[in-house]
Design a protein around this ligand. Structure first.
Ligand code: FEO
Length: 162
């Protein structure tokens, strides 16, 4: 076994967190789809796929190190958002939470001197910078446009900004 049971358990928990994020982003995508805001819907659909990939990366690592895969119960997503701003605020707050969770995994791997895990987790550390930045920027643009002017956010996204 190339992983401690404590780290394997923590990574199994994180697999559940990533799957929950995937479901949450699908639900946010649906919120925008129902408003006919298809660029925003597409952005969150893509984000949902990325979260599933994060879960799969961790899943593969636990399997390869012999840690024993134990996927936990996955939290149900929020279904309703009063505004676009609230939906993206939820996404940003989620990404900040995940950044803390990844830091916790990294702290554990470092305290165990597990360089293999630290190498894998560094990818997630870098990814979180990208994800938090993306949601911060999107929230800023939505606030600037206002709820009655979300079509300008769609135009912003059509031009490849996100
Ligand atoms: Fe997998 Fe958006 O954190």
């Amino acid at each position: 076994m190339l992983i401690s049971s404590a780290l394997a358990a923590a990574i199994n928990t994180q697999i559940g967190n990533e799957l929950a994020a995937s479901l949450q982003y699908h639900q946010i995508a649906a919120h925008f789809h129902e408003m006919h805001l298809l660029q925003l819907a597409g952005l969150f659909h893509k984000q949902a796929t990325e979260e599933r990939e994060h879960a799969e990366k961790l899943l593969k690592y636990v399997l390869e190190t012999g840690g024993g895969l134990r996927i936990p119960a996955v939290r149900a997503p929020m279904h309703v958002f009063p505004t676009a701003e609230a939906a993206v605020e939820a996404a940003l707050s989620w990404e900040r939470e995940v950044t803390g969770q990844i830091k916790g995994l990294m702290d554990l791997a470092a305290s165990e001197g597990d360089y293999l895990a630290q190498g894998v987790l560094q990818w997630f550390v870098d990814e979180q910078l990208e994800e938090v930045t993306k949601m911060q920027r999107l929230l800023g643009v939505i606030r600037m446009a206002g709820e009655r002017n979300l079509l300008s956010v769609e135009a912003y996204l059509v031009h490849g900004n996100a």
